[in-house]
Design a protein around this ligand. Structure first.
Ligand code: PAF
Length: 281
């Protein structure tokens, strides 16, 4: 694996090493890598000839400067995991490299995707995400970019960025990696006790209930039953649970044939905010 810290060095390398019709896949990350990220690298390797992973803790997507400061940066183990996974190129720029002093202000019209669900909880977050992802797309010019389904709203936002800017990159959604009993992999799970992890399985059960019964129960009933599953577990605070049209993330009260729907859930257990989702149709 070769590592670059500057845009110029990365671009020079790509211009000299990308041959003919070789495909490039980009996997953007903020580091602190776990098996979920490595599964993105593995999937990217199936789809492209050259895999570029970026590690950049992007300041513009944090609302709270303390969160930015506290964000884990285990760079040595990240590098080891990526090279063991056979990643070809690691791009690891500094903040100054990605945000020079003369930076133009960024705004893109994401419509309601900007203010629904995660957007409501984290104002400006998706502006920051699109700002950095757009920079990375322009720099790497990937054919494919891989993102985890776990952050479903983020994927919809990035697809909107691609549509608005008429980019040719294909956004590939990689399935959420789960423990054998269903807990979605997240670095936050480390902060849960064993009992907390057991409790968290109720989120998977609630989402699975919705998926299983989508064809035979009303949306109101599905939602109530899923909330009951979470409530019966005890000591889980649901922040939101919604059944939405996948493209817009607007809540729906009916299911149309041919449309894709998704159930979104955020719940707190032992002071840890857990996010999950399931594609329903
Ligand atoms: O999902 C993430 O880790 C980040 O939001 C991303 C896409 C790398 C942009 O900073």
């Amino acid at each position: 694996m070769v590592t670059f810290k500057t845009k110029e060095a990365l671009q020079n390398y790509l211009h000299t090493h990308r041959q003919g019709n070789q495909k490039i896949a980009l996997v953007p990350t903020m580091g602190a890598l776990h098996d979920g990220h490595i599964s993105l690298i593995k999937e990217a390797q199936q789809l492209a000839d050259i895999v570029v992973c970026s590690i950049f803790v992007n300041p513009t997507q944090f609302n709270d400067p303390k969160d930015l400061e506290k964000y884990p940066r285990p760079i040595e183990s990240d590098v080891k995991l990526l090279s063991e996974a056979g990643c070809d190129i690691l791009f690891m720029p500094s903040v100054e490299e990605m945000y020079p002093a003369n930076e133009e202000p960024w705004h893109i019209d994401l419509g309601r995707l900007d203010s629904l669900w995660e957007g409501e909880k984290r104002p400006g977050h998706f502006q920051g995400v699109t700002q950095i992802v757009y920079k990375l797309f322009n720099l790497v010019e990937p054919d494919i970019a891989c993102f985890g389904q776990k952050d479903f709203q983020q994927v919809m936002v990035i697809q909107r960025l691609v549509d608005l800017k008429k980019l040719s990159v294909h956004i590939h959604i990689c399935p959420t990696i789960r423990s054998k009993d269903g807990l979605a992999l997240s670095s936050r799970n480390m902060r849960l006790s064993e009992a907390g992890k057991q409790k968290a399985l109720a989120i998977f059960r609630a989402l699975s209930y919705i998926k299983m019964h989508i064809a035979d129960e009303s949306i109101a009933k599905l939602k109530q039953e899923a909330l009951n599953i979470l409530e019966d577990e005890g000591e889980i605070t649901v922040e939101y649970l919604a059944i939405c049209t996948a493209r817009t993330l607007e809540e729906t009260n009916h299911i149309d044939a041919g449309e894709t729907y998704v159930a979104l859930a955020v719940a707190w257990i032992e002071g840890v905010r857990l996010i999950d989702n399931m594609i329903l149709t």
